[in-house]
Design a protein around this ligand. Sequence first.
Ligand code: FMN
Length: 365
Amino acid sequence: MSVQDHRLRSDPRQVTATDWPAEGPADDKLLFLLNYAVLAPSILNAEPWQFTLGGGSVTLSEDRTRRLRAVDPEGREAMISCGAALFNLCTAARSFGAEPEIEMRGEEDAPAIATLSLGEVAAQPSEEDRRLRDAIPERRTVRGRFEDKPVPREALDRLQGAAAAEGTCLVWSDDAERRREVALVVAEAERSHLNDPRYREELRDWRRERRREHHDNLREVYARMGRPAGRTSAHHTRPDEVTMDAASLMRDFASADSAAARQQALVEGSPVVALLTTAGDSPGDWLAAGQALQRVLLIATAEGIFASYLNPPIEQPQLRPRLAEILGVRGKPQVLLRLGYHAPVSGTPRRPLHEVVSFETPAPE
Ligand SMILES: Cc1cc2nc3c(=O)[nH]c(=O)nc-3n(C[C@H](O)[C@H](O)[C@H](O)COP(=O)(O)O)c2cc1C
């Protein structure tokens, strides 16, 4: 591979479309496209993916060493995250005029998900693909209160259409009573998570690990610990902080009741709640949910709409059907969001590509 080492070490968030190696070999193009893939959202920013590149194709696999065993025991949310990365990869490829050809892997219990190569160069990429590609580095998860401003129904219909285009369903509600009912389920999920010692332990360990990795992106961890969103940036971490004793780590968690009350108020005060569902509930459905989620989020981003995740009830099997019932949908709940308008927020970091890509043949020094 003729790719320079600095391309592997640079920050994916700095990707710019003008750097597309139009005249380069397929592997250079695929490596470039991975900058877009890894900007996908992922549960607890786990980035649970690994890419194997070589011979003109790239294989996306789940990195199961990064699966959250208490939060996401089945790997549902890891697969949704990988689906979002796959969507970014394909969208970016199309936006540069290269048609992605995908071979789904999905062998029983194997981490490999899909192999992608680049087919015929299309005459002219569509305006929509370019719009979605440009939204990839702009998309952000927010966790604070939304502005008191309704989201137009036409925009919500477009998000619904985006989910349908990926074979899934997005049901939304701006009705105050529905939002209150959803908020109560979110609060119940929050309470039960924070009262579960395995869950708390996993968040603590995850935070320690990320600090050790210098992966200073702990916003969801703090949100799940019940901290007000604004406090996360104040927690600038140093590697020596990881030796904190267990008792002081415990004190970092808000009480389950106050965290639940905070979440409940956030949901009730949001203009819209939206639930993404699939017909089935297999790893293939989770992957499709991730692709749909990312299409929805990119269209929302392009329209100036922000999303915030409320996934604790999805993580609790007894609460998933309640969400579907409240929102009057028959499918299997995969992602619960609130939607609205918000001031710009800063982007979260990503691991450099050299940590997520391996080569079929060793890359030259
Ligand atoms: C399946 C899934 C579930 C998520 N659940 C939550 C959640 O419950 N709470 C939360 O604050 N963020 C949640 N997130 C958002 C991630 O924390 C976020 O994507 C990650 O920190 C990267 O930040 P970014 O989306 O701004 O790039 C979820 C993301 C995914 C893909």
